[in-house]
Design a protein around this ligand. Structure first.
Ligand SMILES: Cc1ncc(COP(=O)(O)O)c(C=O)c1O
Length: 430
């Protein structure tokens, strides 16, 4: 290939994920579009049970046949097309990093912002791209101008990195961090909203809420919490790590003021990718976590001065968006909920087995907690892996003690049958 041809090919590659020439269009568009046509007359809940449709999606992943990975809540694999994009961008970068990464790859940032904003249903000027939910949410937590005595309400069942960020602010700045506590599962929005409302005082400035509680998968009524908080002049930070690209919602639907999410969970973007949303009119008052030449600017890009990091990871997010969009948010939500219900319904009445998650659609989707009397979460997790090659995670946190099971779009029913069989056998021996 001549140098010029090679150069043109590289530039075409950079036209990237949102061009007609995207890797997704080259690899998957046709087969997924054929599969979509076959089911177009069906509702997302009907499609959820259509194994032919989902086998097309399953084949797009490269997961190991040697283990059954049911800890997708921790981090999810990317489909092959995303891995391929990452490899190509990485190879290109290494042909001349400062040129290809900073001058060529980085031109994909604005189209990516726009496409993330489309997925989130908000203005692109409200989206910053970063490395994970911790970075996104810590940016807001540390960036808020709070005074000693100002109060923040969270819950003991929030994610530790955010709890610790608030505790650090309390230690350093004298803010007051209060925690409610919930006994999940709860099948009543009002109980949850009331718990936050009861903790409000005249000094409360912020409510921090986790959209889907990572430990047991409870879906929290974020919109109702925001409405209640706003009536009191209180802002809401939403931890969307487990909900973004899983539940079919737009960020404006929630009406939260700030939201942070990882993109390497349900979007299946490359590991080490995340996103932050801040309502346009609030950007100005949030200090960036890392320096900026204009820290009080109203431009969301002030949060992206992260120093040298992986632009290949960032740009490969685009192919994950293509994959998500081809399936459709609602179809994906309903399939993953179907998978959760598939195994959970089968084990819920087995003696000694206990579920820690509501099976009502409104209150759960992917994640369900399970325990067996007479065995600790750690022991259950190891038995599932050592005897059945099923990878899960044991959870012992505050008042929660269970094993967390999280399927994803690529999970096969036969894998869940193995889980059901394993749980039945372990429970029978106790
Ligand atoms: C609710 C919740 N928030 C935030 C995070 C942090 O995500 P990350 O490690 O991508 O920063 C997690 C990770 O599992 C989580 O479950």
């Amino acid at each position: 290939m001549t140098n010029r041809k090679k150069f043109i090919q590289q530039i075409t590659l950079m036209a990237g994920a949102f061009s007609a020439n995207s890797l997704f269009n080259q690899v998957h568009a046709e087969e997924i579009s054929i599969a979509n046509k076959k089911v177009q007359h069906l509702s997302p809940t009907d499609i959820a049970a259509d194994e032919d449709y989902w086998s097309t999606i399953q084949q797009a992943f490269t997961v190991s046949p040697n283990i059954i990975n049911l800890n997708n809540g921790g981090v999810s694999p990317s489909p092959r097309v995303v891995q391929e994009a990452l490899d190509r961008y990485n190879k290109l970068t290494n042909e001349g990093p400062s040129y290809f990464m900073w001058r060529i790859l980085d031109q994909g940032r604005e189209p990516l912002r726009e496409n993330l904003a489309n997925l989130a249903g908000c203005n692109k000027e409200e989206i910053a791209i970063n490395r994970n939910a911790t970075e996104a949410l810590n940016t807001v937590i540390y960036g808020l101008d709070l005074k000693p005595g100002d109060e923040v309400i969270g819950t003991k069942q929030d994610y530790p990195n955010m709890i610790n960020a608030w505790k650090q602010r309390a230690l350093r700045d004298g803010i007051v961090y209060k925690q409610t506590s919930f006994d999940f599962p709860i099948e009543n929005d009002e109980i949850i909203v009331k718990a936050y409302a009861n903790a409000i005082t005249s000094k409360t400035k912020i409510i921090h809420v986790t959209h889907i509680i990572n430990w047991v998968g409870q879906i929290m009524p974020v919109r109702k919490i925001c409405d209640m908080a706003h009536r009191h002049g209180i802002e809401v930070i939403c931890d969307g790590a487990h909900s973004f690209a899983l539940l079919d919602f737009t960020i404006p639907d929630l009406d939260c003021d700030y939201l942070g999410t990882s993109l390497h969970k349900f979007l299946s973007a490359p590991i080490g990718s995340g996103m932050m949303f801040i309502k346009k009119e609030k950007i100005e008052k949030i200090y960036p976590l890392v320096c900026s030449d204009h820290p009080k600017s109203g431009d969301i890009r002030k949060f992206e001065t992260l120093g040298t990091r992986s632009f290949p990871i960032e740009q490969a997010i685009g192919e994950a968006i293509n994959f998500q969009t081809a399936i459709g948010n609602k179809r994906k939500e309903e399939r993953i909920r179907y998978l959760k219900n598939y195994w959970a319904e089968k084990v819920k009445d087995i003696p000694k087995v206990k579920l820690h998650t509501s099976l009502q659609s409104k209150y759960s989707c992917a994640i369900c907690g399970v325990s067996i009397d007479g065995i600790t979460p750690g022991e259950l997790d190891s038995t599932l892996f050592n005897n059945y090659k099923i990878h899960t995670v044991g959870i012992v946190w505050e008042n929660i003690s269970c094993v967390r099971i999280t399927p994803h779009v690529y999970t096969r029913l036969q894998d869940l049958d193995k889980l059901v069989n394993a749980i039945s056998e372990i429970a029978a021996k106790k």
